[in-house]
Design a binder for this molecule. Structure first.
Ligand SMILES: NC(=O)C1=CN([C@@H]2O[C@H](COP(=O)(O)OP(=O)(O)OC[C@H]3O[C@@H](n4cnc5c(N)ncnc54)[C@H](O)[C@@H]3O)[C@@H](O)[C@H]2O)C=CC1
Ligand SMILES: CC(=O)C(=O)O
Ligand SMILES: [Mg+2]
Length: 372
């Protein structure tokens, strides 16, 4: 198979979807790897390192889309790329379609085989290609929250850890999955008072066992969220219903009850966001203010710490990419039950139920497309 490694074009996105070490493994499996010029530069990988691993460097994304059987990215395809995607071409990357109807329609039109990192799923329900970036984004959420609490950044001037004789800040984390637990750990480490909310009681039992004493676990409900946001200095949105649009948990009305200069960090913005007033922002212009509350809603947070993130992401994606390249997408989905739910849009059909439901489109079970 010819595998194409595209350079990211999203604002301030410095990650790359495959390292030179990954390219070497792909090539040892008998594949040809094309790498767009400077694709790895933001993550510290020079073209020469890819060439040394046996990859071919090409000048333009068009050359990659024209030649590759499978194109890989980190972030979703953007409008300048839509018309370059070819029928039958495998597109393997984060897609987050339930929050993006334009992209969904573009992928339908392309008749490509679009496989989303974020819906590849293990039998225990975990999302192995989302987890590493959720670890990064969860940890970053507290760095960002702490920064935007500073007065020069629009915050109300609270130090999350407090100091002897002065109360620490209060952090409310909604969603106790990978993002949530990583955010809560960082906030606890700084010495903040941390509330960690989830809807899953077994998960709350586990969290209450493993988290430090300054982390309080609570069952998530509108009433609990309404009460806690009034006290919060930082609220982190970290919920997920896999593949679906995020539920709106902090409403416009609740926002009005929050402290001026408090900070919302909506990590779930890539699935549409879990605060009613959230809209996606970029690293170039990461925040805006509504009702005096600073909103940070960057949809590709890990892109800002690309050296860590690229390594963490490619550790997770490479085995799946190699399996898809070795077997082709159909056999990979027939033989690996984790890859099958990655199918989002295939040959013009929406094959992920939550995406179809988000836009009232017809749903085609992927099983009907991979049967021999
Ligand atoms: N903005 C960015 O750069 C990044 C965003 N993300 C996003 O962060 C979000 C969270 O991801 P993960 O932590 O990996 O997911 P996860 O599946 O590990 O955790 C989600 C948690 O939310 C809980 N939940 C669902 N509904 C809830 C509700 N109403 N109240 C409280 N909890 C609720 C679930 O029980 C689960 O424990 C996803 O949308 C993911 O795509 C992840 C990485 C980077
Ligand atoms: C998960 C995701 O969207 C990201 O890492 O950018
Ligand atoms: Mg998008």
């Amino acid at each position: 198979m010819i595998v194409g490694i595209l350079k990211e074009i999203k604002t301030e996105e410095n990650r790359v979807c495959m390292t030179p070490a990954g390219a070497e493994v792909m090539i040892h499996n008998g594949h040809t790897v094309l790498v767009e010029k400077d694709a790895g530069a933001g993550s510290g990988f020079a073209d020469a390192a890819y060439a040394g691993a046996g990859a071919r460097i090409v000048d333009t994304p068009k050359e990659i889309f024209d030649a590759a059987d499978m194109v890989m990215h980190v972030k979703e395809p953007l409008p300048p790329e839509y018309d370059l995607i070819r029928e039958g071409q495998i597109v393997f990357t984060y897609l987050h379609l339930a929050a993006d109807e334009t992209q969904t329609r573009a992928l339908i039109k392309s008749r490509s085989v679009s496989i989303a990192y974020e819906t590849i799923q293990k039998a225990d329900g975990s999302l192995p290609l989302l987890t590493p970036m959720s670890e990064v984004a969860g940890r970053m959420a507290i760095q960002q929250g702490a920064k935007y609490l500073e007065m020069a950044q629009g915050g109300h001037g609270v130090l999350l850890g407090g100091v002897p004789g002065v109360d620490p800040g209060t952090v409310v984390v909604i969603g106790g999955g990978v993002v949530g637990v990583n955010a809560a750990k960082m906030a606890c480490g700084l010495g903040a008072k941390v509330y960690l909310l989830d809807m899953n009681l077994d998960r709350l039992r586990y969290l209450s066992d493993v988290m430090p004493a300054n982390c309080f676990t609570l069952m998530s409900s509108p009433a609990t969220i309404r009460k806690l946001v009034k006290e919060a200095d930082v609220v982190v949105g970290a919920v997920l219903i896999p593949g679906a649009k995020a539920p709106r948990l902090v409403t416009r009305d609740m926002l009005g009850t929050m402290k001026k200069g408090s900070v919302l960090v909506d990590v779930a913005i890539d699935q549409g966001g879990c605060f009613e007033t959230s809209r996606a922002t970029t690293h170039g212009s990461p925040t805006y203010v509504v009702d005096g509350v600073v909103h940070y809603c960057v949809a590709n947070m890990p892109g800002a710490v690309a050296k860590t993130s690229t390594l963490a992401l490619t550790n997770a994606t490479l085995p799946y990419a190699v399996e898809i390249a070795n077997k082709g997408w159909k056999r990979a989905m027939q033989e690996n039950a984790e890859i099958k739910p990655g199918a989002n849009v295939i040959d013009g059909k929406v094959t992920y139920r939550a995406v179809a439901e988000a836009f009232g489109m017809a749903y085609t079970p992927v099983e009907t497309l991979i049967a021999d």
